[in-house]
Design a protein around this ligand. Structure first.
Ligand SMILES: [Zn+2]
Length: 67
């Protein structure tokens, strides 16, 4: 009932791990679609505190930290 022990990063309104570079790179997205991938990372403003990747948008990182 009150088994709410998992806290998601919901402030962006998106929980989808699929949008995270960490996940996408693990799925080979960066090799599959390098142009699209490059768009996400070419002008990075955030760094993932979890995996160290850089991204343009915080929505693409699991633990975004401003650069
Ligand atoms: Zn990450």
């Amino acid at each position: 009932m009150n088994d709410m022990n998992i806290h998601h990063n919901t402030d962006s309104g998106s929980n989808f791990h699929e949008n995270h570079l960490c996940y996408m790179a693990a799925q080979g997205f960066n090799l599959e679609d390098p142009i699209e991938y490059n768009v996400l990372i070419e002008d990075p403003h955030y760094r993932c505190d979890h995996c160290g990747r850089h991204a343009n948008s915080r929505e693409n990182l699991c633990r975004p930290e401003p650069l």
